[in-house]
Design a protein around this ligand. Structure first.
Ligand SMILES: [Zn+2]
Length: 381
């Protein structure tokens, strides 16, 4: 009897062991991903540094996520990708498409069309959450029914063109929708140093305050498997634009300890990574050593025209997201991670079984493979 009581207490203690401060819960959501479009910019240096001379553009997939609460079946979106008619963006943004600084693989189907074609009526989606208000995440809200609510991060700049000529937003981005602005001052939950809001109040989905890229930038944290007495939950972290390339997130020492670099990439990267641009204590000229690299290969630019509104703050947000990335119960997905596009199972497939399916292990180090579209550390193979 005493041993049974001990076992029960031990199991309860295990259940309460919080990963990165996240309490156990049986409540989950299901996550499905779309890659809406790929945009290319001729100014990679505002997003990442250094820029190796052979890689003077960067291609950015635009990921959007359909999320469904497992028990209530409530649906919502986290990010939408971009609208199909970029010339109808506010002039401060459409001018980049006119000048060719941005280009898109036109024509493409917008998220509303992709959802409807996939048998997901827009009316069935209760809410759209913008990770932040940049054009490549907000699509065209005028295509959504008025019953769809819009959730935005704290302090999001809601000034509109034409009243504010430089504004990236216009009236149609909000018209007809109930807009809910998050307030992290009302929460005392913190995970891995990031303030969190429990979206459904049951631990299935959280929004994390990750400022820096833009005022009001938020990250999604989806619990995709329940906690059991002997197993912790698994999560998907929707990291949006906390970084624009997986090489800004990886590798870091904690990450390398959990996920050792595959042997073939250790060997390949010795000569594929240019030591004119990248260095580490174990490197020699012409021979790069990734094992002794103690910081990510790419950094967040600190230039006056940086793609991040506040690079210093964004680095802190990214440092915190990196702790999730180094934990084998969390799968961090960046909105523009080009290394995912050939590997990630897209809608209608679910990402919720990512751990048992080994998806994270397949994608983590992909950016370092010279055959991967995200490789930009030396001349490609
Ligand atoms: Zn973006």
């Amino acid at each position: 009897m005493a041993s049974l009581l001990f076992l029960t207490l031990f199991a309860l203690a295990l259940r309460c062991t919080a990963t990165l401060g996240i309490p156990a819960s049986d409540a989950t959501v299901d996550v499905k991903a779309f890659n809406v479009a790929n945009i290319t910019t001729t100014l990679p240096g505002v997003l990442i540094q250094p820029v190796v001379s052979e890689h003077n553009t960067i291609s950015l997939p635009l990921h959007a996520f359909l999320i469904e609460h497992t028990t209530s079946k409530k649906r919502f979106m986290f990010d939408l990708g971009m609208r199909t008619d970029p010339l109808n963006l506010a002039p401060s943004v459409s001018s980049f498409f006119q000048s060719g600084v941005y280009s898109v693989n036109a024509p493409f189907k917008g998220i509303t069309e992709l959802l409807e074609e996939g048998g997901i009526p827009l009316e069935s989606i209760e809410t759209v959450i913008w990770s932040h208000s940049h054009f490549d995440h907000i699509s065209d809200m005028s295509l959504w029914p008025n019953t769809t609510n819009l959730v935005i991060g704290p302090g999001t700049n809601r000034s509109l063109y034409p009243e504010f000529p430089d504004s990236a937003l216009q009236a149609s981005d909000f018209a007809g929708h109930d807009v809910i602005e998050l307030n992290f001052n009302n929460t005392n939950i913190t995970f891995g140093g990031l303030p969190a809001i429990d979206y459904f109040g049951d631990g299935s989905f959280y929004l994390l305050n990750t400022p820096g890229h833009l005022i009001g930038h938020i990250t999604g944290l989806a619990r995709v498997t329940p906690s059991t007495y002997n197993q912790s939950s698994t999560f998907i972290v929707l990291g949006a634009d906390t970084s624009h390339h997986p090489g800004q997130l990886r590798p870091r020492p904690k990450f390398q300890a959990t996920y050792p670099c595959p042997a073939h990439l250790l060997t390949q990267s010795r000569t594929s990574v240019s030591t004119d641009y990248f260095w580490s204590p174990g490197s020699d000229v012409g021979v790069f050593d990734v094992l002794s690299r103690e910081q990510p290969l790419l950094s967040i630019p600190d230039l006056p025209n940086s793609g991040d509104a506040d690079p210093v703050t964004n680095r802190v947000s990214l440092d915190k997201i990196a702790d999730f990335d180094a934990n084998n119960d969390f799968f961090v997905i960046l909105a523009h991670d080009e290394s995912l596009i050939d590997v990630l199972p897209y809608f209608p497939a679910s990402l919720s079984t990512w751990k048992e399916d080994g998806i994270k292990d397949k994608v983590l180090w992909g950016f370092l493979d010279e055959k991967n579209p995200a490789f930009r550390f030396g001349p490609s193979a």
